[in-house]
Design a protein around this ligand. Structure first.
Ligand code: GDP
Length: 455
């Protein structure tokens, strides 16, 4: 294991709470904490057995008590970072927590950088990069399904799959090398055939992994849906009706602007960001213009557009302008207010799939939810044992796939095995980027810098 200095940070959210946890990691963590921690039964913390909890007080050098605490000691390598880790449970709230942390710093630890604990777990070989990235996905999970997918990844399911493919490629490379070392033409031909066959199997495997990424991305990051329709068709009523049963628990709702309202839904585990747009009416009013521009950009970014029409009013210019604007997009059209007398005629406009709803009494909303599941998940929403949820992983897989394909094509066309080996080697490297085996230090640093402090 590499030797690092000892770091400390608050691992819990800062604010009023019952307890806070301060995490200390590194060779000197036990020694540092023993300088400021007085155990109730007067024993020395240096003598504390691993994986036990001690009760006592954090004290200043002048003997004054800072806080009453519980302190646990995890001896490396059986700890989160694979180093010696000490966790101090102190009282929650900013003052208690920061006072304790300050004493830890005075005793010799330095402040941890964002993601540094998880980074050490990676650098010390306890987890690979895709598992480390899953830690942040767990923390940021938007629904139970996002959480499940992140847990599977942190448990190493995806890594195991990648490792198996990588090992197979390494075997093929070794096989090619032996052949090239004994150049008899027959041998080169039969080896080529065998490698090509094995590559077909591997390409299929990688192809199905890549295919999980579309659903995987939605499970991790969510779908974004924009509701659009002229004023008074029932957009906000619809949003409220959907939210009543399906509101998702989210910690950070980005700013709701005056003209755009965003909320999070949880539909069978799919995290959905739903935006009620202000409309796209042509206008000379400067303020209104800003709202329209914002609405348009929300509509342009959305994965799906839910277009709302009012069944109790005839189609008019404003509806038609919207239809024109969204005609090439993935849309679901809702004919709202079907509880009222019907006056709407679609006049031959192609609006894709239409669903009759009433935001007032909830009629048709289940059909809308089923439609969303069908459009993005073929009807069945589930987290597979392993799926690619991270864009970085998907991109590495695509590049690896391309190189494997190039190698197979070269072999099938009778081009020398030497050249195919170059492509295979490149694909082996791309697979390694997912697990972090072949990623440059700079990129690794960048990935961890997106974490928050204390993780
Ligand atoms: P928005 O401007 O598109 O957001 O429309 P609102 O949600 O504010 O709705 C406009 C009006 O239509 C309100 O008075 C709602 O109560 C009414 N409304 C919305 N949905 C329905 C519906 O399904 N049936 C009926 N009868 N009225 C509705």
């Amino acid at each position: 294991m590499r030797a690092y200095d000892t770091i400390a940070a608050i691992s819990t959210a800062v604010g009023e709470s019952g307890v806070s946890i301060i995490k200390v990691s590194g060779d000197r963590s036990k020694e540092i904490v023993s300088k400021i921690f007085r155990i109730k039964n007067k024993t020395d913390f240096m003598e504390a057995a691993p994986w036990t909890i001690q009760y006592g007080h954090i004290i200043r050098p002048d003997g004054e008590i800072v806080d009453e605490v519980l302190v646990s000691f995890f001896q490396g390598p059986k700890s989160f970072t694979a180093e010696d880790v000490v966790e101090i449970n102190c009282h929650g709230g900013r003052v208690a927590t920061e006072s304790v942390l300050n004493e830890v710093f005075h005793a010799g630890a330095r402040p941890a950088e964002p993601g540094e604990f998880t980074k050490r777990a990676f650098l010390n070989g306890r987890i690979d990069l895709s598992q480390a990235e899953a830690v942040i996905d767990i923390i940021q999970a938007k629904t139970d399904l996002s959480m499940k997918a992140a847990l599977e990844q942190s448990g190493g399911k995806l890594s195991a799959e990648i490792k198996e493919i990588r090992d197979s490629i390494l075997n093929l490379l070794a096989f090619i090398e032996v052949t090239v070392d004994f150049p008899e033409e027959d041998l080169e031909f039969t080896t080529g055939q065998e490698v090509s066959e094995k590559l077909s199997g591997l390409l299929q495997k990688v192809g199905s992994l890549i295919r999980t990424s579309e659903e995987g991305k939605i499970i991790r990051d969510g779908l974004s849906i924009a509701i659009i329709g002229k004023p008074n068709v029932g957009k906000s009523s619809l949003m409220n009706a959907l939210l009543k049963e399906n509101r998702a628990i989210v910690t950070d709702i980005p700013g709701t602007t005056r003209d755009i309202i965003e909320e999070y839904l949880n539909i069978d585990g799919i995290p959905i960001k739903i935006t009620d747009t202000a409309g796209i009416r042509e206008t000379d009013d400067v303020v209104e213009r800003i709202g329209v521009d914002r609405s348009k950009s929300k509509i342009d970014e959305a994965d799906l557009i839910v277009f709302v029409l009012d069944s109790s009013r005839p189609l008019d210019r404003e509806d038609i302008d919207i239809i024109e604007y969204i005609k090439d997009r993935k849309i679901v059209t809702l004919i709202n207010k079907v509880d009222l007398e019907e006056k709407l005629k679609l006049d031959g406009y192609d609006l894709g799939e239409t669903i009759q709803v009433s935001a007032l009494n909830g009629y048709g909303l289940n059909e809308l939810k089923d439609k969303i599941k069908q459009l993005f998940f073929h009807g069945q929403v589930e987290a597979k044992d392993y799926m690619v949820t991270n864009r970085r992983h998907k991109e590495a897989l695509m590049r690896a796939n391309e190189k494997m394909y190039a190698a197979k094509t070269a072999i099938d066309q009778g081009i020398s095995l030497d050249l195919a080996a170059i492509d295979l080697n490149a694909s082996w490297n791309y697979f390694g980027e997912i697990t972090g085996d072949t990623l440059s230090e700079d990129l690794v640093d960048k990935i961890f810098s997106d974490f928050c402090i204390g993780k």
